[in-house]
Design a protein around this ligand. Structure first.
Ligand SMILES: *[C@@H]1O[C@H](CO)[C@@H](O)[C@H](O)[C@H]1NC(C)=O
Ligand SMILES: *[C@@H]1O[C@H](CO)[C@@H](O)[C@H](O)[C@H]1NC(C)=O
Ligand SMILES: *[C@@H]1O[C@H](CO)[C@@H](O)[C@H](O)[C@H]1NC(C)=O
Ligand SMILES: *[C@@H]1O[C@H](CO)[C@@H](O)[C@H](O)[C@H]1NC(C)=O
Ligand SMILES: *[C@@H]1O[C@H](CO)[C@@H](O)[C@H](O)[C@H]1NC(C)=O
Ligand SMILES: *[C@@H]1O[C@H](CO)[C@@H](O)[C@H](O)[C@H]1NC(C)=O
Length: 270
């Protein structure tokens, strides 16, 4: 039991936790329902690989449910300058997700002074609403944790956990000009919507620049998105606590198209 529990905690690199409190809540959450059957015996490396940070959300809700709206009071929009405007009072929080994927860029290789130009993004969104409501300090560290670990697949994460938490996908439409949040999957129909950027603020100076806190160029901006003209399901989407995703400052040594890994919280309101 201890062996299994230690494995994920190791992945949670203690140094990235600002407060000992965060580490405590991670340990406490991971202890819940932990047992040898689920984790495999000490010699079972296959089952060890099937534990991932997604487990934190699965175990956050002791009762299997939680009051998602409680998360709003912990939404910190003032850590950036200028602070992002709060969601309008008549909006309801639909879901707090962790997005993990890549920001895409292109470089004009025929131009010696060209700089990378954003060309969309692709991320998978996971429902972390209970963790957001109950363990906000830990939630704010999750983009950093997610960035250090591979994108969850059946190879590294229990497929049942992925099935329970995968909310949908974030990508761009209209020739990569319009951010889109598609929360319809084979498993559920939560809705979808096209958004437009309303407010953007640089990530805090201590934001994680890339995987392992080193191999990257910076954290993408925090955003407040509002419905695009053709609308959709979401009345507001916030991108917060970003980790990684920024491009290098110039195109020297870059290919014509490349991807930069990133992770972030996405808060969706209806
Ligand atoms: C080369 O890139 C720079 C920086 O983006 C830009 O200002 C300039 O117009 C580009 N030159 C050409 C010929 O596209
Ligand atoms: C997201 O997860 C929370 C906590 O498990 C749950 O209450 C909520 O129903 C989920 N959201 C959706 C849209 O399934
Ligand atoms: C999972 O692992 C198998 C065998 O190593 C490999 O063929 C497959 O591509 C992997 N799938 C993913 C989604 O990484
Ligand atoms: C946020 O965006 C709205 C709409 O574009 C704008 O009116 C407002 O001034 C912006 N607020 C800040 C703090 O930039
Ligand atoms: C391009 O950026 C690198 C750092 O990423 C820097 O060392 C180099 O001087 C820059 N090149 C130009 C032409 O600005
Ligand atoms: C960029 O994102 C798209 C999804 O929009 C993806 O299919 C593509 O392979 C990505 N990478 C590059 C280098 O274009």
């Amino acid at each position: 039991m201890r062996f299994c529990f230690g494995l994920l905690v190791a992945a949670l690199a203690p140094s990235i936790f600002a407060a000992p409190h965060d580490m405590q809540s991670a340990r406490e959450i991971l202890r819940r329902n932990d047992n040898v059957a689920e984790c495999g015996g000490p010699t079972s490396t296959t089952t060890h690989r099937k534990k991932s940070y997604l487990d934190l959300e699965k175990r956050a809700a002791t009762t299997g449910t939680c009051d998602i709206q409680q998360a709003i009071q912990h939404m910190d929009l003032t850590a950036v300058t200028p602070a992002l405007p709060s969601p309008a009072a008549d909006l309801t929080l639909f879901q707090v997700t962790i997005g993990r994927g890549t920001q895409n860029y292109t470089c004009d290789l025929s131009n010696a002074t060209a700089v990378p130009v954003p060309l969309g993004a692709l991320a998978t969104l996971y429902n972390f609403s209970c963790l957001a409501a109950q363990h906000p300090a830990l939630l704010s560290k999750l983009p950093t944790i997610a960035l250090d670990l591979p994108i969850p697949t059946a190879n590294n994460t229990d497929p049942a956990v992925i099935a329970a938490l995968e909310s949908g996908h974030h990508y761009f439409i209209d020739d990569f000009t319009t951010p889109f949040f598609n929360l319809d999957t084979a498993a559920h129909q939560y809705g979808m919507g096209a958004m437009a950027k309303a407010n953007a603020s640089d990530a805090p100076s201590d934001a994680v620049i890339g995987p392992q806190g080193q191999t990257g160029y910076g954290a993408v901006q925090w955003l407040r998105l509002v419905p695009a003209p053709d609308q959709g399901m979401w009345k507001a989407v916030y991108r917060l606590n970003t980790a990684g995703g920024d491009a290098p400052k110039n195109c020297t040594g870059q290919p014509a198209a490349f991807e930069i890994p990133y992770a972030a919280e996405y808060w969706l309101f209806v």
